[in-house]
Design a protein around this ligand. Structure first.
Ligand SMILES: [Cu+2]
Length: 770
């Protein structure tokens, strides 16, 4: 029974003169997740919920009813607690409990509630998006914010009789991530609320379940199953939903939207009544009406009205490509660490052939066992191949002409973001692209591959929380990334004429040697004194009289601090979801950069840091972004800047050191960052190998007055999650590796770094210790 119904029952009983005693916690304890029956709760404990547990406490008539009702159910701490419990309940409803053997007998699996849900299915996604809008409206439907949020949470509960819990979770997550009122609520970390969704397999070769079946890299299961990497991918798709974002502030939205538009949208909900409603209703009453909008109604909405309701996150298509491209670069570095070759595409040339690798999630009971095994050597259905080919030929044509077709039949030039929006495909009402020409190659591939597994939900490729575990995900995304790479490679190379006058040396004195910059100095963080101004320490150790000294080779001592030519990674063990798991992590490191302002003006620069395995350094697509931050350089100054790996702009901050100990985000609705979002710190570096995998560490300084990169906030990942309103870097994502480098393929990148004063690189090994 939902809390809202329970409250209504209490009110009704009081109307009849029944004395109802209320005590603390009956609405806020338990996780608040509802079932789709109604009854009368006469007692409710915090220990459980749902039909099985509540049944013993149900009664039909009880005039001596004692009802546990808390004092003020809408105080913010209670609302947060309730929100958290609801969210956890939605996740828990999808995570089945393994038996002792780790495998749950299929006969006792709970039936899948309602129909299936996949974020990659446009109709499902639209329904989740409608829910995010309803919640935004409900949050504004009462004069007090807290009362509105209470209504929104009631609605989340009530939805469970209608939708799959994952659909509700997604809509709820989008609301809590993007709506100003929603951001007051809390959303627990998925890995804490439902470890069963993120339960990785035993180490490869151990006695346990086969997860990867065949394929080229079963030994990478530890990486693909990484708890925090999976959570990152899930969360990114909430921060960048392809169907668009609901209003940030519903009342502001009502105030800013024309009456004609409001009444046209209301006509979709209540035909013929829009104009009257708008004329006679307050914003609060309008919010109540808007809280009735459904996914099916959104589908029939004129694009101009859809655009009035939703907006696309800034540079959606570009970040869709870039975030996944960076995951691929990291995957390649991980393969390289195992002596394996880089991941090949599952693209048009492969679609008609068999998919060698399979995947078996059944022992992990993801989503209540919804996801099923995909056998090795299966092939896509013929109609899947033919529709994927049709979608691809439209993209090929766009690349050939350099233009995309719009919904009204005209053409628009491809730019850094609209190609990704066509490929994913983002809501056409927001992008203006023709939905028949670009129905969503990327999403469709996820769905078609998922359907090679039996069952309503198919395989793990159907979910953002699980897709990256499957080897085929990486091959599919290589094919998707190839599209963007083709477009990029046809663009003019970057022109570095706007570089700031900053020197990062390639050698000391006149000797410049590739990959041996003395100005990138690496230390173990644990070797540095705590509570010290690291910039000042860097100046002391590596600046001043030491400016021309070389610390980049294995110098044992620098004022008592060892400098390194290798970083180390290791597999750590922890308990997660009642199981021992292993996960990759690395020894914390701090990098010192020596930067010289060769101009006579004070300047602010953006420092960009990248890493690549040396065997892949000729390929711009293999470079991994490690960090990006701004530094002020006084006129003619030689400055040593320290940067800890824990501050990296690509990782989720505050950093999580273990899947067993993750930090929940804050609840500041005005925070400019998406605090839950970012690549896991533990996977910042590739694993490397026992001998020390040779890598190149590169730094580049660009003019911050052009980049408009802000000083990083306290949380989130600036590079992968952007920020509210605007992606925090005016340059193309991945700059300077977003374009081909001029010159011969084998030397172009090396020569560019060697020639440009504002770029430098060095060799650094990554050694894996077990
Ligand atoms: Cu994908």
């Amino acid at each position: 029974m939902s809390v809202s119904i329970a409250k209504a029952v209490v009110a009704g009983l009081r109307d009849f003169g029944v004395t109802v005693h209320e005590s603390d916690g009956c609405y806020s304890r338990g996780n608040g997740y509802t079932s789709n029956y109604t009854g009368l709760i006469i007692h409710h404990t915090g220990s459980g919920y749902g039909p099985q547990r509540a049944s013993g406490a149900l009664a039909s008539t009880a005039c001596d009813l004692s009802m546990n009702v808390g004092p003020d159910m809408t105080s913010m701490p209670l609302l947060r607690e309730r929100s958290s419990r609801l969210y956890a309940g939605l996740l828990e409803a999808q995570a089945a409990k393994p038996s002792r053997s780790g495998r749950r007998p299929r006969a006792v699996r709970q039936p899948t509630p309602l129909h299936s849900f996949s974020w990659f299915d446009p109709d499902d996604a639209l329904e989740a998006t409608a829910l995010s809008f309803r919640l935004s409206a409900l949050a504004a439907s009462r004069s007090r914010v807290n009362d509105g949020l209470d209504k929104a949470l009631d609605h989340v509960e009530d939805q469970s009789s209608e939708f799959h819990p994952e659909l509700i979770r997604q809509g709820f997550a989008v609301f809590v991530t993007h709506n100003r009122n929603g951001r007051l609520l809390s959303k627990p970390r998925s890995v804490v609320a439902a470890p069963g969704l993120f339960n990785p397999p035993p180490a490869h070769g151990g006695i346990g379940l086969a997860v990867s079946l065949g394929g080229e890299s079963p030994e990478l299961d530890y990486w693909r199953e990484d708890v925090l990497a999976n959570e990152h991918h899930q969360h990114w798709h909430e921060v960048y939903p392809y169907t668009g974002l609901p209003p940030r502030d519903f009342r502001t939205w009502v105030g800013a939207t024309s009456r004609t538009t409001l009444s046209a949208i209301i006509d979709q909900i209540a035909p013929g009544q829009g104009a009257a409603f708008v004329a006679n209703s307050s914003p609060t009453e309008l919010a109540r009406v808007f809280s009735g909008i459904r996914g099916s109604q959104l589908r029939g909405l004129a694009p101009v009205h859809y655009r009035a309701m939703f907006r696309m996150n800034d540079r959606q298509g570009e970040l869709f490509f870039y975030m996944h491209q960076q995951m691929l670069a990291r995957y390649d570095a991980e393969l390289s660490s195992h002596g394996l070759s880089r991941v090949g595409a599952f693209g048009p040339a492969q679609w008609a052939t068999r998919i060698a690798e399979g995947y078996d999630p059944e022992g992990f009971l993801l989503f209540g066992g919804d996801f099923r095994r995909r056998e090795e050597n299966q092939s896509l259905a013929a109609d899947a191949v033919s529709s994927l080919r049709t979608f691809t030929s439209a993209i090929d044509e766009a690349l050939r002409t350099g233009t995309l077709v719009t919904a009204n039949g005209s053409n628009v030039d491809i730019n850094r973001t609209n190609l990704g929006e066509a490929v994913e495909a983002a809501a056409w009402q927001l992008t203006g692209l023709d939905p028949n020409t670009y129905p969503g190659l990327h999403n469709s591939g996820h769905g078609r591959i998922a359907r090679l597994s039996p069952g309503g939900n198919g395989g793990v490729m159907a979910s953002t929380a699980t897709a990256i575990r499957d080897q085929v995900f990486w091959r599919w995304h290589r094919a998707i990334d190839d599209i963007n790479a083709r477009w990029q490679s046809g663009q003019d190379p970057n022109d570095f004429s706007d570089a700031p006058k900053v020197l990062v040396r390639d050698g000391i004195g006149t000797r410049a040697t590739a990959w041996s910059s003395p100005d990138i100095i690496v230390c173990r963080t644990t070797d540095l004194p705590e509570q010290t101004d690291l910039d000042a320490l860097g100046g002391q150790l590596f600046g001043g009289d030491h400016w021309d000294q070389n610390f980049s080779s294995n110098v044992p001592e620098a004022g008592g601090v060892p400098t390194l030519d290798e970083l180390t990674t290791t597999m750590l063990t922890t308990t997660f979801g009642n199981r021992q798991i292993k996960y990759l992590s690395h020894e914390p490191f701090t990098t010192f950069f020596r930067l010289e302002n060769t101009s006579t003006a004070d300047i602010r620069v953006t420092v960009r840091m990248f890493l690549v395995p040396s065997t892949q350094a000729t390929d711009r697509r293999a470079w991994i972004e490690l960090d990006k931050f701004v530094v002020d350089l006084a006129a003619s100054a030689r400055v040593v800047v320290a940067r800890s790996d824990a501050e990296s702009s690509v990782v989720k901050r505050q950093i999580d050191l273990s899947p067993n100990q993750v930090l929940a985000a804050g609840v500041d609705p005005d925070d400019d960052s998406y605090c839950d979002c970012g690549w896991p710190y533990t996977l910042l570096l590739p694993r490397g190998d026992a001998e020390g995998l040779r890598c190149r560490l590169m730094v580049m300084c660009t003019d911050a007055s052009i980049d408009l990169v802000p000083v990083q906030g306290e949380c989130g990942s600036m590079s992968f999650c952007g920020a509210v309103d605007r992606y925090p870097d005016a340059r193309d994502m991945g700059y300077p590796f977003n374009r081909p480098f001029p010159g011969s393929r084998t030397t172009a990148i090396r020569d560019a770094i060697l020639t440009a004063p504002h770029m430098a690189a060095r060799t650094l090994k990554i050694r894996h210790t077990s």
